[in-house]
Design a protein around this ligand. Structure first.
Ligand SMILES: [Zn+2]
Ligand SMILES: [Zn+2]
Length: 494
């Protein structure tokens, strides 16, 4: 439509602004539980307006998205009151707010989402005489197994596109026993920011901040993630029991650790709770000693439902080989028929990593994922197309594709082998001078293949008796130390 006069042009512009629809519900997110709408007019200039809403019992997170028509220079500042107290005031700085017992958007206080009458508080520093501005507040609740509020608060992927993403799935900071040197050189609980900086400096794409038996680090993640917009920060808890340590990666809330008490009577109950909290489970440093030598370090929990776990931490810190590595435990579970992804974790307790301790990113777990988002990384670990870069050297790569007849499978996949041979197509980068080792049901095959170039493709053919069950590829250096640890391809010969 062409405007015939300056006045008409101004009217068209104003109409276009007024007609701008408030941002719709984000894609993939359920419809809001509550929608509040209204109009702010010139009469509201420099006043506070309230819009009440009811939070039912049993809500564990609340997410609010606030949109309004900013035409005519109207400004609406935002705050929230729960039935008992002020929960925060973000002024004009935020349009998306989430509040839960563990974490809240900066400006807001984490804590229980108490049932009752809440109020959206709108401050109006400016509304011109005669103006009118429409607002929409969409509010989502997490309740029981539903997590609409978590979904609504989830940021978009940090990077789109399928690829190999590098991360560290195990580290500690001030929220448990991580420490570092203060300004004066005194060992103090180490702020989360320092650990996250170290991960960014190591060139990682994602980390799991996994303090012992707490989810209090989630509030730091709320604050840090917008600034670290190239490094995905995943909440995790190292569930630390008297019978071993198990990593809950990607959880939405606290998971009770008191295994063997009425609170968490069995490992099955722990697995139930972790699944409801949205996490995958991985046993940490399973082969460390237990007892007074290392209290509850090795994995001794009775009745572990391995089919409900996702992963095993095969390489913890510098324990890539020898009695403290997790290989024996992992291989034993694979030989029992469980499909568990081998991962690694630095178990960093100090981002400055004094000599002898593994720094953040050593080892690195490298995950083939559809994008860089928490759900995609968790799905990638579930799928098993994953390798461990023992020394954490950016640029190292291990891709494995198994072939039987016309069927193909990557690491973590299953192939049926009725007859004939199995071929492994191996792509290894950054490991020239090393050798390809093929492991069959936990035993390395005697022949190894040297890697001559920095970007090498190797083809290995296995007879049926060398392939049935599961096979995995490792890359070792010239002295035999593991550099890259591949995950199994499962081979069904029945
Ligand atoms: Zn541990
Ligand atoms: Zn740990």
């Amino acid at each position: 439509m062409a405007a015939a006069s300056p006045l008409a042009a101004a009217l068209v512009a104003a109409t276009a602004l007024a007609a701008t629809p408030a941002a719709a519900t984000p894609q993939g997110v359920a419809a809001p539980d509550v929608v509040l709408t209204g109009d702010i007019t010139g009469q509201d200039h420099q006043t506070y307006r309230e819009a009440p809403f009811t939070v039912p019992a049993g809500v564990t997170r609340l997410t609010l998205r606030f949109d309004y028509d900013k035409g005519a220079h109207t400004v609406i500042d935002l705050g929230l009151l729960d039935p008992e107290r002020f929960r925060g005031w973000s002024g004009g700085s935020k349009s998306l707010v989430t509040i839960a017992p563990s974490d809240a958007t900066p400006s807001y206080l984490p804590g229980p989402v108490v049932a009752g009458r809440w109020r959206l508080l709108m401050g109006v520093p400016n509304a011109r005489p005669g103006s009118s501005s429409h607002y929409t507040a969409r509010i989502w609740f997490d309740r029981g197994d539903g997590h609409a509020a978590t979904d609504a608060a989830t940021p978009p992927p940090l990077r789109t596109g399928e690829g190999w993403y590098r991360g560290d799935l195990h580290m500690h900071g001030a929220h448990s026993d991580g420490s570092c040197a203060s300004q004066s050189g005194v060992k103090v609980p180490c702020p989360t920011f320092r650990t996250v900086e170290a991960a960014a400096a190591a060139g990682l794409d994602f980390i799991a901040l996994s303090d012992h038996n707490t989810a209090s680090q989630m509030d730091d993640i709320r604050e840090l993630q917008p600034w670290f917009d190239k490094l995905l920060l995943m909440p995790a808890t190292e569930i630390t029991t008297f019978h071993g340590h198990i990593q809950a990666i990607g959880l939405r809330r606290f998971v009770d650790f008191r295994l063997g008490t009425p609170h968490v009577p069995t490992m099955g109950a722990l697995a139930d709770d972790a699944a409801k909290a949205g996490a995958i489970l991985s046993i940490n440093h399973a082969d460390l000693p237990s007892g007074e030598l290392c209290m509850g370090c090795g994995w001794t929990a009775p009745g572990t439902p391995y089919d409900r776990l996702t992963a095993i931490e095969v390489v913890n810190a510098k324990n890539a080989e020898g009695p403290l590595s997790g290989f024996a435990f992992w291989y034993a579970r694979l030989n029992e028929g469980h499909h568990l992804t081998g991962i690694g974790g630095s178990d960093s307790h100090d981002p400055d990593a004094p000599d002898g301790r593994a720094p953040v990113g050593r080892p690195t777990t490298v995950v083939h994922a559809r994008e860089l988002s928490q759900e995609a990384i968790l799905d990638g670990i579930r799928s098993g197309d994953v390798f461990i870069d023992v020394e954490g050297k950016p640029g190292r790569l291990l891709e494995v594709e198994a072939e039987a007849g016309t069927a193909h499978a990557p690491m973590g996949g299953t192939l049926t082998l009725k007859e004939g041979a199995l071929t492994l197509d191996i792509h290894a980068a950054g490991v020239a001078g090393g050798v390809v080792e093929v492991v069959h049901k936990g035993q390395p095959l005697p022949e190894t293949t040297p890697i001559a170039s920095a970007d090498a493709r190797t083809r290995v053919t296995l007879r049926r008796e060398q392939a049935c069950g599961w096979v995995a590829v490792n890359i070792r250096d010239g002295k035999g130390a593991p550099l890259l640890v591949g995950n199994p391809v499962y081979v069904d010969c029945r």
